[in-house]
Design a protein around this ligand. Structure first.
Ligand code: SF4
Ligand code: SF4
Length: 512
């Protein structure tokens, strides 16, 4: 698809007629030998790859019992078929969640069930041959692991977990994805997805302090590596780099300034994102989580707060406890030490939205909402926050808190249509390790259902601003919005809205 080609939208989501094979292909670029080796995976496809893959499947299904349940439980009811944005956007039937699952399930049946071993044709069992592997690589990289299909499946079958398992098996035989694995290598070596070294990070923060001073006349700090701070803030590295993310970082800084709570970023753990989840590897995911634990211990902080990144919050909320001990769970020496060090009066970890919301509720922040009066704002619920986490220790807090923060800073807020928000939210089209230019055709098509909803809100309510709390969503929207005749600059961080309206005090006493 030409990058300038615009797509005409109706104001409702249509289920397309099937277009078989429309997204067949080789999938995203494959990881080089060096990228693979950096993560401890085979450098290239191993000679006995079929046997290694079947052994890995056996390990995966016994390690993650949910995967085996999902493989056994599907009754082919069809409820999920029109729920995936990639099917709705591409019309390729292999992008129906049940068909995507069946790519894995058919091999599972062939090797792990009695009927599949002896009567394969009767039960749809298939061998893992070259053609099947090609389909795995292609179609399991057309799943953003958004979990929308699981919401509509009567058995709760989560295609995202099957997609993660398939990617884990493929990495085990030496067939990895370049984009995700390269990024993970950078985090392990340098500390962030961008590969941004410490001096560049410090320069960026100093520049931002000057920019805020020029804009507001107030000395708002963006501290880094300050020992004994109250809070360690871990944000996605996109926040250090580009619009619209960086305006969100400025928003965090202003909120901390007003709160009087001392905070610091870490040059060692300068990344909240954790692509280990996308490739289905708990070992790799743990590496990322342990960097943050080491930073929290070294800096002797009392709280860990996570910035605007959807899957980072899911990893932090759902997995950090057992991966690293932040939040309890892990019981190794360092996890126990950290649990003693962190302040049990606060949730560990906490989301930046929760921190800001608490300050709003206790009347510690003031806003001039008219500063955002040129905006009619809507909010995109990011998949991993919506369907993989919570906030604020209240039911559905992950839907309530971001909206309350937006409404505290803006006069004009409108939700998109009901069947496209909250637990039914549509993926931006770039999650799950797919935010790479070699998948731009898929990304544009996968964004279509969200764009439909946005178009309806634009036409009916004059929406001109799309707020999100996920670095991937914001990057993806900036790229795909022009394809649907929207302004790419209409996407903002929620904390940019906060930043633009917050009234700053001249001096804020930092608590010890
Ligand atoms: S998890 Fe999301 S992207 Fe994957 S099949 Fe389900 S709806 Fe589609
Ligand atoms: S909704 Fe669930 S049970 Fe029904 S076809 Fe889809 S995955 Fe299978």
């Amino acid at each position: 698809m030409s990058s300038n080609k615009q797509i005409k939208l109706s104001t409702y989501v249509e289920t397309p007629p099937i277009d078989r094979g429309s997204m067949a292909g080789d999938g995203p670029f494959k990881a080089t030998a060096e990228i693979q080796k950096n993560l401890g995976f085979p450098a290239e496809k191993v000679d006995n790859w079929q046997q290694v893959a079947i052994d890995k499947m056996a390990e995966t299904k016994s390690k993650y019992r949910s995967v085996q349940v999902f493989l056994d439980a599907c009754v082919k009811c069809g409820a999920c078929t029109d729920k995936c944005h990639y099917y709705l956007g591409t019309a390729d039937p292999k992008n129906m969640p049940v068909a995507r699952q069946d790519l894995f399930r058919s091999v599972y049946r062939r090797h792990f069930t009695f009927a599949g071993k002896y009567f394969p044709k009767l039960v749809g069992a298939k061998d893992l041959d070259e053609d099947m592997l090609d389909d795995w690589y292609n179609y399991f990289h057309q799943c953003s692991q958004c979990r929308r299909c699981a919401v509509y499946c009567p058995s709760g079958i989560d295609t995202a977990e099957i997609s993660m398992a398939a990617r884990e098996v493929m990495n085990a035989i030496g067939v990895g994805q370049k984009y995700s694995n390269q990024i993970l290598g950078k985090v392990n070596k340098i500390g962030n997805n961008l590969g941004m070294p410490e001096p560049a990070l410090r320069d960026t923060l100093m520049d931002l302090e000057e920019e805020i001073k020029d804009d507001t006349g107030v000395d708002v700090k963006l501290p880094i590596d300050i020992k004994n701070s109250e809070v360690l803030m871990v944000s996605p590295s996109a926040d250090f780099f580009a619009e619209p993310h960086i305006d969100g970082l400025i928003g965090y800084a202003k909120v901390f300034h007003e709160s009087g709570v001392s905070w610091t970023l870490s040059s060692y753990a300068s990344e909240a994102a954790n692509f280990g989840m996308f490739i289905g590897s708990y070992d790799v995911m743990r590496e990322g989580a342990l960097r943050i634990r080491r930073a929290a211990l070294d800096l002797n902080v009392k709280r860990v707060i996570v910035g605007e990144c959807g899957h980072a919050w899911r990893v932090a909320y759902s997995f950090w406890n057992t991966l690293s001990g932040i939040g309890g769970g892990a019981e190794d020496e360092y996890a126990l030490k950290l649990q003693k060090q962190l302040d049990s009066n606060y949730p560990q970890p906490q989301h930046m939205i929760e921190f800001t919301y608490d300050l709003i509720k206790s009347h510690q922040l003031s806003f001039d909402k008219s500063k955002n009066d040129h905006r009619v704002v809507t909010f995109h619920d990011s998949c991993n926050v919506a369907r993989g986490s919570n906030m604020g220790d209240i039911s559905n807090g992950q839907f309530i808190l971001p909206r309350e923060v937006i409404k505290a800073a803006c006069n004009n807020f409108i939700d998109m249509p009901k069947n496209t928000i909250k637990s039914s939210t549509f993926c931006c089209g770039g999650g799950g390790g797919l935010l790479t230019d070699d998948l731009i055709d898929l990304r544009v098509k996968g964004a279509k259902p969200r764009m439909h909803a946005l178009k309806k809100s634009e036409q009916e309510s004059g929406v001109n601003t799309l707020a999100a709390i996920c670095a991937i969503c914001k990057s993806q929207f900036s790229k795909v919005l022009p394809h649907y005749d929207f302004d790419p600059y209409m996407v903002v961080s929620v904390h940019q809205l906060v930043s633009d309206a917050i009234i700053l005090s001249e001096n804020s006493e930092q608590k010890d």
